[in-house]
Design a protein around this ligand. Sequence first.
Ligand code: NAD
Ligand code: AKB
Length: 312
Amino acid sequence: MTDKILVIGSSGQIGTELVMKLRQIYGSANVVASDLKEGSAEIMQSGPFEILDALDAVKIHEVVKKHKINQVYLLAALLSATAEQNPKFGWKLNMEGLFHILDMAKEKIISKVYWPSSIAVFGPTTPRQNTPQFTVMEPNTVYGISKQAGERWCEYYFNKYGVDVRSLRYPGLIGWKAAPGGGTTDYAVHIYHQALKTGDYECFLSENTTLPMMYMDDAINATVNLMLADAEKIKVRSSYNIAGMSFSPKEIAASIQKHIPSFTISYNPDFRQAIADSWPQSIDDTVANKNWGWKAAHDLQKLTETMLTNLK
Ligand code: NAD
Ligand code: AKB
């Protein structure tokens, strides 16, 4: 049977790139993009698109039936900074959207689900260096709480109902094709735009705030490789740690200064500092590496070269 894929929340930072990759792999007609708003011109012109609300279970069923969908990638969510400003709605969207999709898989209407988690599942009591796959998890943001609960439910649906659900704990993702959607790590995208536009950047995190990050191509490759892997290789049904690189605002600024020596950065931490301070600084991804062969290709130097070259 041909795989037919629905991506919900496809017009955001990840969806903009993931949909194009999935269309390359599965064929454009077999990947339906969907969101509350239209996507990039490339997405709108290269294949099917539906206006779809992740909270509208009836419409999701209709779209799944209409396009004979058998796999769903659920990307619609409120990210850490936005969810902190609207906690009740953050919880509602991040949880109810997931239940609609898990229930469709439980009822065998679809056969495979991808749902992203985040390093936000970890909290202030988690070991911050080389954070292990299995460790203390006491997230203190509404986003982190929703992602941790989501992980538990994914594992539950796999164990109880045999639902083939797969997940990655993305670090902060950095790409040049789409703007980030309201997270704590967004500064690491904005900084490249500002470096080229004005030559300076005021950062909302303090200079030594080290966080795990990843170039978008690595995240997209991890996602498709996880979904293409044989089911028996997927030993973790909550969500896999994956690591790319770790850096602070001061370090990313220094890497930009190698290309633009006049670039300057200043620091004006806001409410996002507390979120960043509760997250790990680096991630141990040996379990993903061992189970299905995950390895990142980009470090900070390569990221900066790629971002500046393409944004120019
Ligand atoms: P984003 O905010 O850029 O995109 C989310 C998209 O979902 C937007 O296009 C938005 O219009 C859409 N959306 C919002 N509410 C919706 C609804 N009710 N119905 C349908 N669509 C809706 O986010 P992203 O960065 O692309 O993240 C996608 C997923 O990956 C999220 O679950 C996020 O938590 C996770 N994630 C992202 C990162 C990152 O750095 N980008 C890191 C860790 C995890
Ligand atoms: C955010 O900052 O909210 C996201 C994430 C790490 O989940 N980029």
